[in-house]
Design a protein around this ligand. Sequence first.
Ligand code: HEM
Length: 203
Amino acid sequence: MPATAETPKSTDTGDSAALALRVATREAHQNAERTPPMQALSEGQLDRAGYHALLRAQWPIFLHFEQAARRWLDDDVPAAGWHYRSRLPALAADLGDRPDMAPLVPRLPTHDADACWGMLYVVEGSTLGARLLSRQLAALLGGHSDDFRFYTLGEDEPARWPAFRRVLDAQLTAPQQRARAIEGAHAMFAAFHYQFRHWQAHG
Ligand code: HEM
C-alpha cells in the first residue's frame, strides 16, 4: 500500500502536490482497504456475485464524476497534458450491462477544477493499485483477462503514474489549490467508502 512503503512519515511534502495528496489521504486509503469488499478480496472470500456487486458499487461514482466533470475532463485535462480514460466502458463490459444510475451520497465537488484534480488523483491512483487487485481476482475467480477489464486498466499504469504526478505538480502550485485538491480527494474517497459500506456480497 502506498500508505506504508515509500510514504514519508513527516508532513513536509516540499514542492510536490502529488506527495501532499498521498500524505493527506494516507488514512483514507487505509480505511478504503478495510471496507467489506476490499477485505473480502484480500482474504480470498470474494465470489463472482460479490465481484459483480463490487463493480456495480463503483458505477454511480464514475457515472456521476464523468458526467458532472465532463467539460473539465474533455478540455482542461488534455490541455494540462493528461488523457483520462473513461472507466464506464470497462465496468459495463465486466458487468455485461449498464446499471441504472443509483443516487450517490455524498456528492462530489465537481464545480471546482482544483478539487477535480484531487478526485482524479484518487481515480488514477486506485487504478495503479488495481494491478495488485486484478491478480487476486484472477486467482480467486479464474477466467480470462477479458473478464477483468476494469481491474486490468492499471496494467500500464506504472509508466503513466509518474507522468500523472508531474501533471498534478504543475497544475497545483498554490497552497490554496493544493488544499482544494485535498478536499476533492477526500470527497472521492468518501464516495468510495460510502458505496463500499453499502456493498452486499450477493446484492
Ligand atoms: C484492498 C484494497 C486496496 C489495495 C490492496 C490497494 C493497493 C494499492 C497499492 C499497492 C498502491 C501502490 C501501487 C504502486 O505504487 O505501484 C496503491 C495506490 C493507490 N491506491 Fe490503492 N489499494 C486498495 C484500494 C484502494 C481504493 C478503494 C482506492 C480509492 C478509492 C485506492 C486509491 C489509491 C490511490 C489514490 C493510490 C495512489 C497513492 C500514491 O502513491 O499517491 N486504493 N493502492
